[in-house]
Ligand binder design. Sequence first.
Ligand code: COA
Length: 161
Amino acid sequence: MMKWLSEWWRGGTAAVEPASARDAQRLAQLHGASFAHGWGESEFEAMFSERNTLIHRLRLGRKIIGFAVSRIGADEAEILSVAVDPSHRGRGLSRNLLMTHLGHLAGRGVRTIFLEVEENNQPARQLYDKCGFVVVGRRERYYKQPNGEQLNALLMRRELS
Ligand SMILES: CC(C)(COP(=O)(O)OP(=O)(O)OC[C@H]1O[C@@H](n2cnc3c(N)ncnc32)[C@H](O)[C@@H]1OP(=O)(O)O)[C@@H](O)C(=O)NCCC(=O)NCCS
């Protein structure tokens, strides 16, 4: 009863499902709220037209509150971006989003997944650690911020069996 009440209060259970080109505007909005260099609507539209790009959305009720994007090449894939709406962070919603996304990548024949994450991005690092990614490399001053700051990136990998 308490679980049902708390889910109702939050707007229901979050669903992870394939995104479509109709979501491009909302995804661009979410990306812009999450990263210094936001991707525009047209960039998402272009990705929807690529057969090797996989995009899932996280939906709570009628609202899209997150997404995961990856690009597939043979039996490898790269996670390009994962984000959750700032007002819905810290509730553990991203793990289901990412694990479902990984399951679909496995279904497409992907065996190895790579991603890059900013070294000090603790929520993202926690997420990737919990989802089985391990650090396999480090790139110094890889991300250039609008204020000129240069941040290090970690390269992470996960094998899918
Ligand atoms: C990374 C992101 C997707 C995580 O989404 P989320 O739904 O808030 O994730 P969770 O609630 O599962 O939190 C993830 C972990 O980070 C931890 N965490 C959350 N905020 C934190 C903070 N400020 N400092 C340290 N750890 C933090 C949580 O405790 C959790 O760890 P746990 O599983 O050990 O409890 C979200 O923070 C986001 O959209 N960030 C901006 C975009 C981004 O950086 N994306 C990843 C790089 S591509």
